[in-house]
Design a protein around this ligand. Sequence first.
Ligand code: MG
Length: 501
Amino acid sequence: MENEKLQQLKNLLGEVWDISMAAAVLGWDQETYMPPGGSKARGIQLSTLSRIAHTKFTSPKIGELLSELEPEAANWDPDSDEARLVKVTRRDYDKATKVPSDFVAEMTRVASEAQVAWREAKEKSDFSKFEPYLARIVELRRQYADFFAPYEHVYDPLLDDFEPGLKTADVQRIFEALRPQQVALIKAIAEKPQVDDSFLHQPYDEKKQWDFGVEVITKFGFDWKRGRQDKSAHPFTTSFSVNDVRITTRIVPDFLGTGLFGTMHECGHALYEQRVDPALERTPLGHGASLAIHESQSRLWENLVGRSRPFWEHFYPRLQEYFPAQLGNVDLETFYKGINKVEPSLIRTEADEATYNLHIMLRLELEIALMEGSVEVKDLPEVWNEKMREYLGVTPPDDAHGVLQDIHWSMGALGYFSTYALGNLISAQWWERMHEDIPNLDEQIRAGNFADLLGWLREHIHRHGAKFEPQELVKRVTGSGIDPAPYMRYLKTKYGEIYNL
Ligand code: MG
C-alpha cells in the first residue's frame, strides 16, 4: 500500500526521528560518561536539537500531507501500520502545533531554574525555597492545559501527554477502587510478625553484583549485540534504534536490592524497545506505547518474575555461589520473604510492591488539587504529611523526606506519576492472561526458561510499538480496560502466603 504522499510523510518523520535519536545519544552520554565540564555545552546542544526536531515536526508540510492522506486512509485497514501511522501522527501533530514555541521556551527555562532551586531546597529541607518556582510551574501547566480547551478536566491534557487517550476520570475511578483495598492489606500485614531482610544489608562485591545481574538479564533475553549496560546515578533506559537499546544500573556496595532489581527493571524496558517491529522505525510508532505500558514491562520482569518464588528456585543457588559468605546460611525461603518485605516508608523509590501505589495516589491527588486550585502550593507540605499518615501511617520528619523527595515537579512533569501505578496494575493483567495462554509458565521460570514468556510479550505487546493507545492495547490483549482487580488478586495471594494473612 505504498504511495507517494505516504512516502513523503515517512521521509519527513524519519528526519525528525533521526534528530531525536541523536539527541538521545547525547542525553545518554550526559548521564554516563560526560565529564562535569561538558554540562553547559551539552545543555545548549540538546536544546538546539530539540528545537530543530520540534520545528521540523510542526512544519506545515506535514499538516498538508496528513490532510491529503486522511481521506485515503479512511479506506485502509484501520489496524494496518499505515493507517495507524496517519492517525498517531495526526494526534501528535495537532498537539505539538497547539503549543506556541515561545511557551515551550519559557517552560524549559522555568524548569531548568526550578530544578536548581529544588536541589537546594531538598538539601536544606526547606520547601519555601522551591515554593515560588513550583507556583510558577503550576501556573504554566494550567496555561498549557488551556491550549487544549475544551477539556473535561483541567488535568486531562497533562495526563494525555504520557498516556494518550486516558482521562483523569478513568484514573480516579481506578485508584478509588484500589486505595481502600491496598490500605486494608497493609494494615493486615502490619499486624503480623515482620520478616527478616537484614542479610540484604551487608557488603556485596560490586563486580559480582554486576556480573550476576548480567547473567540474569542475559537469560531474560536481553540482546547484547543490540544493546549495552553502563552505570549511572539514576538508572534509565534509552534507545537510538530497535538495534541499539541502552540500559544503566546503579550498584550499592552494602545493599543487594538496588542493583539486582534495578537491573531487571531496566532490562524489562529494554526488552520492549528491542522487540518493536523494525518496520515501524523512524516513525512515531517506533517505540513503546506509553509510559504506563512501558512500566508494565519493567515491573513485570522486576516484580512478577524477579521477586517470585519460581524465579529464585532457579537462581538462588547461583546467587549463593556468587556470595557464599553473605548468603551461604540464608535459606531460599528466608531470602524470598526478605526480598518481599512490606514496610510502609517515606520514600517512593524505595517502596515495596504493596505500598508503592499509595505513594503514587497521594501524588496524583495533590497534582489534581493543584491544577484545580483546591490546594495552594504553600500548603503542600502539610497536605502531603497528612496524606502520608492517612495512607501509610508514617509522618515525614522533614520536607526532604516528604514533599521535596521527587524531581518530577521541578521538571514541570505534572501528569507523570500515575503512569507508575498504572504500570503495576497492567503488569498483573498481562500476567493473568499469560498464565492462561502458557499453563506451565511457573515451571518454565523455575527451569530458568523465559523464551515463551518473552515470545508472548513480543507477540501481544512489543512488536506493535505505539500503534495502539494504552487503553486500547490492554483491551485487545486482556479483553478489559485497565483494571485494578488482577493486581489486588496478585498482592493478596502473594502476601497472604508470605505473612500468613
Ligand atoms: Mg521504569
